[in-house]
Design a protein around this ligand. Structure first.
Ligand code: SF4
Ligand code: SF4
Length: 148
């Protein structure tokens, strides 16, 4: 049903709207500023530990990555961001052949930081760091070999 305003009612409604808007403006005017002056504040900048900036391979106590080349991360990545190259070796103890990691290729440019790869990894062999300054002019530079 169409609502009818009187002339005085419309003026009162307009003044009320104006007062509401101005009260927000005045509140923000006196609120302390929190703008981060990046990159000038780079040395004191605190990025949350949980920030997902880039995949990396944490090393164990002996300096080796924990990847067993199972391929779960690669097959669970929705964007095809991970490419695992493996080779087959013969285990000296058991005499059985097994796959080992040759190259772990990560395309940062196509990663959407969903963390599915990290969650499915049975060995905690991959994780996200919070190194966020990854801008480059050439997208090919975002394709990175993670295992050293
Ligand atoms: S975070 Fe998501 S998109 Fe990025 S590599 Fe892992 S599974 Fe793929
Ligand atoms: S990083 Fe984890 S999930 Fe991916 S291949 Fe290695 S062990 Fe498997």
């Amino acid at each position: 049903m169409e609502q009818k305003f009187t002339y005085i009612g419309k003026i009162a409604d307009t003044i009320k709207s104006l007062a509401t808007g101005l009260s927000v403006t005045m509140k923000e005017f006196f609120t302390p500023k929190v703008t981060e002056q990046y990159p000038e504040n780079r040395k004191t900048l605190k990025i949350s530990d949980r920030h997902r900036a880039m995949l990396y391979m944490p090393l164990d106590e002996e300096g080796n990555n924990r990847c067993i080349a199972c391929g779960l991360c690669q097959s669970n990545c929705p964007n095809g961001t991970i490419t695992i190259k493996t080779r087959t070796v013969v285990d000296q103890e058991t005499g059985k052949s097994k796959k080992v990691l040759e190259e772990y290729i990560y395309d940062l440019g196509s990663c959407m930081y969903c963390q599915l790869c990290v969650n499915v990894c049975p060995k905690d062999a991959i994780a996200f760091n919070n190194c966020f300054e990854n801008a480059v002019f050439d997208r090919n530079k975002l394709i990175i070999k993670l295992n050293k």
